[in-house]
Design a protein. Structure first.
Length: 322
């Protein structure tokens, strides 16, 4: 009489859990649907980063997808507290290099994977999934980089990439046969033809692929490095000023709004972090926020220059521009 095999097959007596490290973009949405199709209870993990980084940073959009799909959403907020400080430190001193600007892509992925690993243990998820596509991005999604990130996060052979799985080594989930490898894909590179086809199949509405990480932008990266050199302890709100106003350096830092919405935004930020702000109610002009009162004379002159359309006068202050 033959012994029954102990190898698990694809039919499950009860649903296992799959944790999708969720960027909000099309690729991670597809992965959630693929795991649902393989009869997993799908959980989404969105890590909110100080500089963006997800394909979709629109929370109502992310929440709507999770609710309409019946997936549980977990949000890990790295814009405050211990996680913010940890992420800021890896941005200041990345162990594994940066891209074209100040983007520490490998360190960032390892950080996200570690948060996902903790959450997977907490919710007893049997599978960890990411929407990464092989060779879609030159620094962080080549095969060697993918394997490197997995190992450094303590997740060697434990990150499933359904969209490119057939081009990558088998994960332990495939080897244990709790994932059907035949139903996974072999997508490679930046072309999104197959993803669009799958989106139609699963009837997924998805955001455009624009947006993303501010650290990839050279001008933003330069301003951030200046801020790092200027002060040791940085608040999340101070980071928000970098791409919301013109930046100058006198005795301290100075930010000048470029339009009405920026004026309102930076004024609210200044109140939260107890910075000074200057504006005039009687004459239209920019709001200026600054951290040192020693710059009041300079700020008065800046206000005069930027409340007018006189480009020649503004050139006098280029030496203060960051």
């Amino acid at each position: 009489m033959k012994k029954k095999s102990k190898t698990k097959n694809f039919s499950k007596e009860k649903k296992l859990k799959a944790l999708v490290l969720f960027s909000g973009g099309l690729d991670s949405r597809l992965c959630a649907k693929i795991l649902e199709e393989q009869e997993f209870e799908v959980h989404l993990c969105f890590v909110k980063l100080p500089f963006g980084g997800g394909c979709c940073n629109n929370f109502p959009c992310i929440i709507n997808f999770s609710q309409t799909s019946g997936f549980q959403l977990h949000i890990i907020d790295a814009t405050k507290g211990k996680l913010f400080n940890e992420y800021l430190e890896l941005t200041k001193k990345p162990k594994h290099g940066v891209g074209a600007s100040a983007n520490p892509c490998k360190d960032c992925k390892i950080f996200i994977f570690k948060q996902g690993k903790k959450l997977a243990k907490k919710i007893d998820s049997q599978v960890i999934v990411t929407g990464e596509v092989l060779a879609q991005r030159p620094m962080s999604q080549m095969k060697s980089a993918l394997m490197f990130n997995d190992e450094r996060a303590g997740l060697k052979n434990k990150i499933l990439r359904p969209l490119s799985a057939k081009l990558l080594p088998e994960t332990i989930y495939e080897k244990k046969r709790i994932i059907d490898r035949k139903k996974l894909f072999e997508i490679h590179g930046r072309q999104r033809t197959k993803q669009i086809q799958l989106a139609k199949k699963y009837k997924i509405k998805h955001p455009d692929s624009g947006g993303g990480c501010l650290l990839c932008e050279k001008e933003y990266g330069r301003k951030l490095k200046f801020l790092f050199n200027y002060k040791e302890e940085i608040l999340f709100e101070e980071i928000l000023l970098l791409n919301k106003a013109r930046m100058f350096k006198g005795k301290g830092l100075i930010f000048i709004g470029r339009n009405e919405s920026e004026n309102l935004f930076i004024e609210e930020i200044s109140k939260k972090i107890k910075w000074n702000f200057f504006k005039r109610e009687d004459i239209p002009g920019p709001t200026i926020v600054f951290d040192k009162k020693e710059d009041l004379n300079l700020i008065g002159n800046l206000w005069e220059a930027y409340s007018k359309g006189n480009l020649k006068e503004r050139k006098n202050f280029e030496k203060f521009r960051v």
